[in-house]
Design a protein around this ligand. Structure first.
Ligand code: 9MR
Length: 341
């Protein structure tokens, strides 16, 4: 039975497969591939993103000493169940991004030269290990200061490289060398809702293309926790990068119901936001897919984040704490099958 028939009850992953796109979610803490979360993920999705286990700070406890156990679990699961794997993330200057030992390593006469070496080694060690098994990589995450059009001055990469562009180029070139087939993404947090952030990201990416940096795609994370997206504007912003010849994806979608408390039915209002985001991606042929951040409401990072937890409840995902599909799930799936319906 085709997903497009009205009575069909296919999953969001099957709907995505039917139209040649990805619908994914994240891995969770180590052991997540066991029941029941593993079952939920393999049944409903056709893609999975590593939530934390590929972050530099999580993988490498001391220089050169890697612990791949959790990442191996996720990658093996994806391979075993035919899920597309997104590797998140090679280089990120925020939380758990850089390893704790990095500052000490850079305490040399030429910190930029040392950081260049470390970046090359790290990209080769990790992208190389999973060559052919990780389909798409977030090579650099969140280059911009929050809600702004300029590179984050707090970034250790910004602070260490004389030219930030050299960091971007090196990171992408190193990843390309390690796996020439992997799709390489720059991933940013608020470009869907902030004009400044969109403009800053666009300028960075256009520069990369002009310099011949091997970038394949741009990720719009889509954490709707400060404000909600507008469908047409989101579609236009995705299309703007598609027009540069790039793939686009919504890489970290969640929609906090704390933004919808005025509604008489926050879960129905949340479902409409999900419908809009999935429909916007559907409308852009270069939009390869959408990943929801956390597999169910019980696992959401928002309830564990010191800043956002007090603003909850957030209940931002497609499945409730009992792992049952929410109105958001049906809306997301149906938007892939009947985007205007
Ligand atoms: O969901 C992730 C959470 O478990 C981690 O503690 C946190 C810090 O590493 O990162 C969260 O994921 C972030 C992602 O890596 C990048 N974009 C923002 C996400 C939410 O903070």
């Amino acid at each position: 039975m085709s997903c497009a028939e009205p009575a069909a009850s296919c999953t969001v992953g099957e709907a995505a497969t039917e139209i040649g796109r990805f619908a994914g979610t994240t891995s969770e803490a180590q052991g997540w591939t066991n029941e029941p979360v593993g079952e939920l993920v393999r049944r409903h999705f056709n893609s999975v993103t590593s939530q934390n286990e590929l972050k530099w700070g999580r993988l490498v406890r001391s220089p050169g000493v890697y612990d791949f156990a959790h990442a191996d679990e996720t990658v093996a699961f994806a391979q075993q169940h035919g899920l597309r794997m997104r590797g998140h993330v090679l280089f990120w200057h925020r939380l758990n991004g850089p390893p704790a030992w990095l500052d000490a390593e850079l305490d040399t006469g030429d910190p930029e030269a040392r950081l260049r070496e470390l970046i090359r080694e790290h990209a080769h060690a990790v992208v190389g290990r999973y060559k052919g098994r990780i389909h798409t990589w977030d090579v650099v995450n969140e280059p911009l200061a929050i809600l702004s059009d300029h590179v984050d001055p707090e970034s250790i990469f910004f602070q260490t490289f004389a030219r930030y562009e050299d960091f971007l180029d090196l990171a992408f070139q190193s990843a390309r060398e390690a796996d020439p087939e992997a799709k390489l993404f720059l991933n940013e947090i608020f470009a869907s809702v902030s004009q400044a952030s969109f403009d800053g990201l666009y300028a960075l990416v256009r520069g990369m293309i002009e310099r011949g940096t091997p970038i394949d795609g741009v990720g719009f994370q889509g954490h709707f926790i400060l404000s909600l997206p507008e469908r047409e504007q989101l579609q236009e912003r995705l299309q703007a990068f598609a027009d540069l010849g790039l793939i686009v994806e919504i890489t970290e979608l969640d929609v906090s119901i704390s933004l919808l408390t005025d509604s008489s039915n926050p879960l129905a209002a949340q479902a409409e936001v999900y419908r809009d985001v999935f429909a916007a991606c559907h409308a852009v042929s270069a939009c390869a897919g959408i990943t929801t951040w956390n597999s169910h409401d019980g696992a959401t990072w928002l309830d564990r984040d010191a800043g956002f937890a007090p603003l909850g409840p957030h209940a931002p995902t497609l499945f409730d704490e009992e792992l049952q599909p929410k109105p958001s799930y049906t809306a997301a799936r149906d938007a892939l099958l009947r985007p205007d319906g």
